[in-house]
Write a new protein. Structure first.
Lengths: 313, 537, 302
């Protein structure tokens, strides 16, 4: 078992290396000259030339990759040429916001997804099953920005219960902070709830037919108890694992919701940087979120390995 | 806690404890719980009142349509950044509602007889946010920084400036290689902004992340894509005009969300309201709406000589086809449909209301018959071309309207929605046939034409190059007299608008919506928000 | 959107269900009979077929030309003349929804087919071969999964050039790693089962074992995954067309219609309701159908 863990741990290094190469090369696929776009509306030739030099655009790709990766190893992620801030600073600024949003969204997703999944599995093919499906899939098939805007119009403009958008740091005002995060967390969690629900349903259906559940039923245990104690306990592991992975993707994946609610998280940072061709930011932030994702993934794998000995073969 | 007489501490709780919980007071632990809750409640009340106090009347919250770029006037490259600069950095001059030049950090100016030396008298008693004095040496430092800092975007605007001479503490001479009529107007914008020489020298590589200027507000904090916070500068030279302690600029990209924030009371002011929201806002009467004709324009830039693609397409090859395209457009209809009437039709680089509008070339009326005749004459009754369009919803709307209108004259337009960075690059390389492009505009018409029509200039995407036009453009730069300059612009218009490398369509309105209580707003055509005189009633 | 596609990363979980499929009498027909018995699946199938019919016959079914503008009928609420109302350029929303079904259905089906066509064989290879092959494929898959989906899709689509078909390819390729991983995980679980051992013992060649015995057991979670991925792909197409990398204006797709509509939430909500409803119904139908298929193909769930 230890050797498995060591092997998995060792695999992190090549994976992160591949990620760094991939993100660096993918960026090169983007059309447009980053110096031209960063030069803004005046297109001053002097500025363009300066930016080209600053970004080493005239040097061969491997050399540029070398500049970047050697900086990263020294803890220097480069600088955003658009706003003149170090990328490391941007990551540190946005990390708490992103983590909080991801955590709250995950809570929403778990609270909606798991119960809906259980209900739909237990009451398979009944009206409840369809209702739970509709409820969950609604979140998946409604574009987030749309849901987000509607919620803002209802809860902020019409009812005035929640702040429309913007982020307040918890240090400044905890209550405002929580209030400002409710809607984005809900919209974000709602979409993931669909995925959790579908997988919970699937996992529960398998477990409900398993021998030990039948045995439990045969022993005359109440159905509620059978479902919650025996079936759910066995079905929950994959869900938790899935949750861990989802959490990882939430770090970089909340782009449009962040945009609607003006939450300054990683997703928006990355996408804006792509459009502005602010390469240092794209590379640095994606490398960071990807590494977090890979580590979470690893932990999930290990947890899964621990509870599922069959994989050890 | 025990030092306090029990009654005193417990007394206020009577008011706050609901009747159904009153019994709990009789239990033994009650006094302690009561006192803790009182303290907690008091603390909470204090915090809440503190927050609501600090967040109320004294703070101005402005919703921006984009996230500004670097906040260094020398390096800054975006329109939206200029809105923040309006609160942060004073300039040598400013413009007023009618584009007249008014003093700001410079009190007066004097041209030499040959128009090659500009002498400025500076405002005394001005300090930068770090306490440093503003004087002639600071002006010299700043103008030289604009010219020499690597990556400066101001160099082109100050090209004819050869040197700056300090005459005395409060007098400075700008020495030019040739007369340059746009200079004063240029000094009303970023090229005229003054930063603290000491701070700029101390932080050469990161000055833009912590700018130190001399404007009414000083830089406090910036969280990228979230907010820029400015705080009132206590020693501002015109402090009686400042009525806020703090300004928070918040970029909120989506116009619907920006408006929702205003409606929810989270913002006091939003810029660039979507035109389709205006009639509703006006009817509601809860907010004030301001509408200002922009200095820029929305137009179709046509590749007439940037690359060999120009010759391969009838539109780029034949001026008659371009004229037919212009005649096929119902400009009034475009403004109505695309901008709900919030815009001004135009056929030139400045709006028809401008002093410099060339009256010899009026806006042509739509004429499908004539357009068809022209196409027939050119031998191409059904020309086809690709219109490169920004991915913004406004851009796509305008493109689709143009497509439908031009179809009636026989044009077959393909729309190619192209993300901005890509489109700039394609335009730069001449890899386009026509490009729907808008320009945010400059106060002096020179900023709207020189770089677009003079040979080999960076914004000359049509690839237009005519020695006689170049000569006229240069002449307009060296002529200071407004009437004479207008004549030159008429000559340029007669030439360029016949060739039509750019078909101008309309001038948008800057649309602002703001809290009814906000007073003192000035509507200056550059679309920037002047904070002087603004107050909340 | 990106989180959606990623969210489908179920990794090794998704219950390593093992289906001891009996490959005796016409399994296809038995599965079909099981499918027919399921009301939800039939309902889903019905809707999917309906949407396909609408997409194919849009030119005849649509009451108006979807790109025909009318300056006098801008943002008009639903009426007898325009059942679904009109959009910002006076075009008939009903006709646009019908024509938009083409782009959106294609975006969903083609891109998921691409993901499956690439992901399943690679996953099978990795899981079945093991060793170095597996090591390299898995590391690359992990790396690709770690990148934000939208960034991957944008870069690919931008590289391929703007068109609907290229957008589908980009979405399909970007979603492939998930399918590789799912397949591989399921193969690993199945590989050690007795019936595989038995097949090996009687001297079946590897390709036959992989295709005939392993593949059928891998399908159930892949079906769940595909139905979710279709939704993600339809929405991703919207994002790409918003960036000028998908369907080009004025041709409609549901996603691009929604994108435009969000600017008119206040004064023309019908512009968003109909394409939104269409996406929802289609995604729901695919998921109901997927549920049915999954159960029908899995003999343990009767």
């Amino acid at each position: 078992m230890l050797s498995y863990f060591i092997k998995r741990l060792a695999a992190v290094i090549p994976t992160v290396f591949f990620v760094s190469v991939m993100i660096f090369s993918l960026q090169q696929l983007l059309p447009g000259d980053p110096a031209v776009i960063l030069a803004g509306e005046d297109q001053d030739q002097n500025t363009v030339a300066y930016l080209r030099e600053k970004m080493h655009l005239d040097e061969p790709l491997p050399v540029r990759y070398g500049y970047w990766i050697s900086g990263v190893m020294r803890g220097d992620f480069g600088e955003s040429l658009r706003i003149q801030q170090p990328v490391r600073q941007l990551i540190l600024d946005k990390l708490p916001v992103t983590l909080q949003l991801a955590a709250m969204a995950m809570m929403v997703a778990l609270l909606i997804g798991i119960p809906a999944g259980i209900v739909s599995a237990v009451a398979k093919d009944s009206a409840w099953d369809y209702l739970a499906n509709i409820f969950a899939l609604w979140g998946l098939s409604t574009p987030n920005f749309w849901l987000g805007i509607l919620m803002i119009l209802l809860f902020s403009v019409t009812l005035g219960w929640l702040p429309a958008s913007g982020y307040v740091s918890p240090g400044e005002d905890l209550k405002e902070n929580l209030l400002s995060m409710i809607m984005p967390a809900f919209v974000l969690g709602n979409a993931i709830a669909a995925v959790l629900m579908r997988h919970t349903r699937s996992a529960m259906l398998q477990v409900l037919n398993a021998d030990y559940v039948r045995t439990a039923r045969a022993k005359g245990l109440k159905e509620n108890k059978v479902v919650l104690k025996h079936a759910l306990r066995n079905a929950i592991m994959p869900i938790i694992t899935l949750g861990a992975l989802e959490f990882g993707t939430l770090l970089s994946g909340a782009v449009l919701r962040e945009q609607v609610f003006s939450i300054p998280g990683f997703g928006k940072l990355i996408v804006d940087a792509v459009f502005n061709r602010d390469y240092a930011v794209v590379q640095g932030v994606v490398l960071f979120t990807s590494t977090v994702y890979i580590v979470l993934n690893l932990l999930a794998d290990m947890a899964y390995f621990l509870v599922n000995p069959r994989l050890r073969g | 806690m025990s030092i306090l007489p029990r009654r005193l501490v417990a007394a206020p709780i009577d008011l706050s404890v609901p009747p159904w919980r009153a019994t709990s007071r009789t239990s033994r632990g009650a006094p302690l719980i009561a006192s803790i809750s009182v303290v907690a409640a008091a603390l909470l009340l204090f915090i809440v009142s503190f927050i609501s106090f600090s967040a109320s009347a004294q703070t101005l919250r402005i919703g921006l349509a984009e996230d500004p770029d670097v906040l260094d006037p020398t390096l800054a490259r975006s329109f939206v950044g200029r809105i923040v600069f309006a609160g942060l950095c004073d300039k040598l001059f400013d413009i007023d509602e009618k584009l007249g030049i008014v003093p700001q950090l410079a009190l007066s100016h004097q041209w030499s007889a040959d128009n090659k030396v500009l002498t400025l008298k500076l405002r005394p008693g001005v300090t930068f946010h770090d306490g440093e004095k503003f004087n002639a040496a600071a002006v010299k430092f700043n103008l030289e920084r604009h010219k020499n800092l690597p990556g400066s975007s101001r160099r082109g605007e100050l090209l004819p400036l050869t040197s700056v001479e300090v005459v005395d503490e409060m007098t400075v001479k700008l020495i030019l290689s040739a007369p340059f009529s746009p200079l004063l107007t240029v000094l009303t914008d970023r090229a005229g902004m003054m930063v603290s020489p000491k701070a700029a020298q101390a932080n050469p590589d990161s000055f833009g992340s912590k700018p130190v200027c001399s404007g009414p507000f000083k830089f406090a904090e910036r969280v990228a894509q979230d907010r820029i916070v400015l705080e009132r500068y206590a020693n501002y030279w015109d402090k009686s005009a400042i009525h806020f302690d703090k300004i928070i600029y918040q970029p909120i990209i989506d116009s619907t969300v920006r408006l929702a924030n205003l409606r929810a009371g989270q913002l006091d002011f939003i810029e660039r309201v979507a035109s389709n929201d205006i009639s509703g806002l006006k009817a509601e009467k809860k907010f004030n709406v301001a509408s200002i004709t922009e200095l820029g324009y929305q137009g179709i830039t046509i590749n007439t000589g940037k690359s060999d693609m120009a010759q391969k397409n009838p539109l780029g090859r034949d001026a008659r086809v371009r004229e037919a395209l212009e005649l096929s457009l119902d400009r009034g209809g475009i403004v109505q449909v695309a901008a709900d009437g919030e815009g001004e039709v135009g056929n030139q680089w400045v709006a028809p209301g401008s002093t410099y509008y060339a009256k010899n070339v009026p806006v042509p009326k739509r004429n499908i018959a004539r357009a068809k005749a022209l196409l027939k004459e050119a031998g191409i009754p059904n020309p086809s071309f690709t219109l490169m369009t920004p991915t913004t919803s406004d851009g796509q709307k305008v493109a689709q309207i143009i497509q439908a209108m031009a179809k009636e004259a026989g044009f077959d337009i393909k729309i190619q929605a192209t993300e901005f960075a890509t489109s700039l690059n394609l335009a730069d390389k001449g890899q386009f046939e026509a490009y729907l492009l808008n320009w945010s505009g400059r106060a002096d018409p020179d900023g709207n034409i020189f770089s677009f029509y003079a040979c080999k200039q960076p914004l000359n995407y049509p690839g237009y190059c005519k020695p006689e036009v170049d000569a006229l453009l240069n002449k307009s730069r060296s002529t200071l007299d407004v009437a004479q300059r207008s004549k030159i612009f008429e000559q340029i218009a007669a030439e360029v608008l016949k060739d039509r490398p750019i078909v101008y369509v309309y001038h948008r309105h800057w649309l602002w919506a703001y809290n009814k209580k906000l007073a003192g707003l000035r509507t200056i055509p550059d679309g920037l928000i002047r904070v002087q005189g603004l107050k909340m009633n | 959107m990106n989180s959606r596609a990623h969210s489908t990363v179920s990794g090794p979980l998704n219950g390593a269900t093992v289906v001891t499929a009996s490959h005796s009498d016409a399994p296809g027909r038995r599965a079909w009979r099981r499918l027919v018995r399921r009301r939800g699946a039939m309902l889903g199938l019905g809707f999917v077929i309906l949407f396909i019919i609408i997409a194919i016959f849009a030119p005849w079914l649509a009451p108006q030309d979807p790109v025909e503008t009318s300056w006098s009928a801008i943002r008009k609420a639903p009426s007898a003349a325009h059942w679904f109302g009109t959009d910002e350029l006076g075009r008939d929303v009903l006709s646009r929804v019908m024509w938009g079904a083409r782009a959106s259905l294609l975006a969903g089906l083609v891109s998921v087919s691409i993901s499956m066509a690439l992901g399943v064989p690679i996953g099978l290879l990795a899981g079945y071969a093991g060793g170095w092959t597996d090591g390299i494929i898995s590391r690359l898959t992990d790396s690709a999964l770690a990148l934000p989906f939208l960034i991957l899709a944008i870069a690919l689509a931008a590289f391929l050039g703007p068109s609907l078909i290229n957008a589908m390819i980009a979405i399909g390729v970007s979603a492939t790693p998930i399918f590789i991983r799912l397949t591989r995980a399921q193969v690993l679980a199945v590989k050690v089962e007795d019936f595989i051992e038995a097949a090996r013992a009687v001297g079946n060649p590897h390709w036959r074992i992989a295709l005939r015995h392993v593949l059928p057991n891998v399908l159930p979670p892949l079906i769940v995954q595909s139905t979710l991925a279709i939704a993600a792909a339809i929405i991703a197409e919207a994002s790409l067309s918003f960036l000028g990398l998908g369907q080009q204006p004025p041709a409609p797709s549901w996603g691009s219609m929604l994108n435009t509509a969000k600017n008119y939430v206040d004064n023309a909500p019908w512009m968003a309701i109909w394409p939104g409803l269409a996406i929802f119904l289609l995604v729901l139908s695919f998921n109901l159908l997927g549920d049915g298929l999954r159960d029908a193909l899995d003999p343990r769930h009767k």
